[in-house]
Design a protein around this ligand. Structure first.
Ligand code: AMP
Length: 431
């Protein structure tokens, strides 16, 4: 301590836009993650994992201006340019092109992990945050798109979030309307995505496309039932109807999945450069400003990363936003509780208390014991703050009878039982 400059004697603060999660919050996050994993498995998706750091150019080449501005990148000790991943798709497709393409098609995979973006932090918007990401590679577009959207909705339902709104658009139509080479489209789409109209104006002017500004601004406001598809087609003159007919077919296929409440939203643009087809976003209206809980779409990336052309669709959720959405709807997440807290009554019963503890743990019952030698009432307070289900009192009279006193901390009821009985009793978990 003596050698540290004065400023360092202040407590350390975590970097802006990052989070610490305490035990209660972490339990809720894990509960959500577990439900998401189970849902993905139920839909036939398998887990993969890719590195947190990648070569910088994996992202700078293909992800689009929005992502590049927000990258956490640096030179490693060998002088290589690397970046913390800002999203999963580029890594998944890199992995697909180098190895996963040898798997039978379609390849259905998911990943969970932290991603990093240098954004302006606010509630629900962080610089390091966990995402759940799922992708289908190598399925026909309609089938793959519908399956991915169905998984996205089911993920929310499985967590208990019911108030969800799905908005579907088609970025391919916008790209066709712009009639620009893909590398020139990025900024226009980015500013449209952010609804930054002055920047959109400047970019269109730079490209000599001022005439497109009015139709584009009108187009991205179109939202509603099938009639918006007709309006969209009439605004994007000369682009044809293919994408709009596709969205109609997709909505019909989603109906067969039991997903009927789809809104067509031609203003879903998505910031990433590689989206080329259907794009979608799901909102939890209870969340206020950062109400978008997930987004995704169909993209073309494998060939840009050196692979064969193949159709791909994916989506990503922010785990924090899903937890916030669940909390906003009052969902009670199934978080694990400590089954038993063992309280030896006095020093003489420490050894017997440890015997009980070890028997419980050995039988798969979660159990903890007083380590501080506190008195019974302070111990019961502690057990209550831990939200333990049972306090197991080990004292003289119980030990003589070969039993323990088991206090149900929810009901306050107390009864004596043998350890074998306690094991059976505590193994029945109703939450
Ligand atoms: P994106 O990869 O930008 O499509 O984002 C996918 C999802 O990740 C969003 O719908 C949000 O749920 C979540 N998300 C995006 N940015 C952030 C952030 N800065 N902090 C927390 N969650 C985020």
């Amino acid at each position: 301590m003596a050698g540290l400059p004065l400023a360092r004697r202040m407590p350390f603060e975590r970097p802006r836009g990052t989070n610490d999660y305490g035990p209660e919050e972490m339990a809720r996050r894990r509960a959500v993650e577990t439900l998401l994993r189970e849902t993905a498995h139920r839909f036939g998706f398998r887990e993969i994992s890719t590195p947190t750091i990648e070569h910088l150019d994996l992202f700078t080449a293909k992800s689009g201006p929005g992502i590049v501005e927000e990258l956490y990148n640096f030179k490693d000790k060998g002088g290589r340019d690397v970046a913390l991943r800002p999203e999963f798709t580029a890594s998944v497709v890199r992995f697909y092109v180098s190895e996963l393409r040898n798997l039978p098609k379609p390849v259905k995979v998911y990943s969970v992990g932290n991603v990093f973006r240098y954004e302006e932090p606010q509630k629900g918007r962080y610089r390091e945050f966990a995402q759940f990401n799922a992708e289908i590679i190598g399925a026909p577009a309609l089938q793959g798109d519908a399956e991915v959207i169905a998984l996205a909705i089911e993920c929310l339902r499985s967590v208990g979030v019911k108030d969800v709104a799905v908005r579907i658009g088609h970025i391919g139509m916008l790209r066709a309307f712009l009639k620009l080479p893909p590398e020139e489209q990025g900024k226009v789409l980015h500013w449209l995505d952010k609804r930054n109209l002055p920047a959109l104006h400047d970019e269109l002017k730079r490209l000599g496309l001022e005439a497109l500004e009015a139709p584009l601004r009108e187009y991205v406001e179109l939202k509603g039932g099938p009639d918006v598809l007709d309006k969209g087609a009439s605004i994007l003159e000369g682009v044809g109807r293919e994408g709009f007919d596709y969205l109609r077919a997709l909505a019909a296929r989603l109906q067969a999945y039991g997903i009927g409440n789809v809104t067509f939203d031609l203003g879903v643009v998505r910031g990433l450069d590689y989206y080329t087809g259907m794009v979608f976003e799901v909102d939890s209206p209870n969340l206020g400003a950062e109400k978008q809980v997930m987004g995704g779409g169909a993209y073309t990336l494998a060939e840009l990363l050196g692979g064969e052309p193949v159709s791909q669709t994916g989506f990503a959720f922010g785990l924090d936003r899903i937890v916030l959405a669940a909390e906003a709807e009052g969902v009670k997440l199934p978080t694990p509780r400590l089954d038993c807290y063992v309280v030896p009554i006095g020093k003489a019963f420490q050894a017997r208390g440890l015997e009980v503890l070890i028997a419980l743990r050995g039988a798969g019952v979660s159990a903890d014991i007083d380590l501080l030698g506190r008195g019974p009432s302070r111990n019961l307070d502690y057990a209550n703050t831990l939200k333990a289900r049972f306090a197991v009192l080990v004292g003289e009279s119980e030990t003589k009878k070969g039993v323990v006193a088991v206090k149900n901390l929810d009901s306050g009821m107390q009864e004596e039982m043998r350890i074998e009985e306690l094991i059976v009793h505590a193994s029945v978990r109703t939450h």
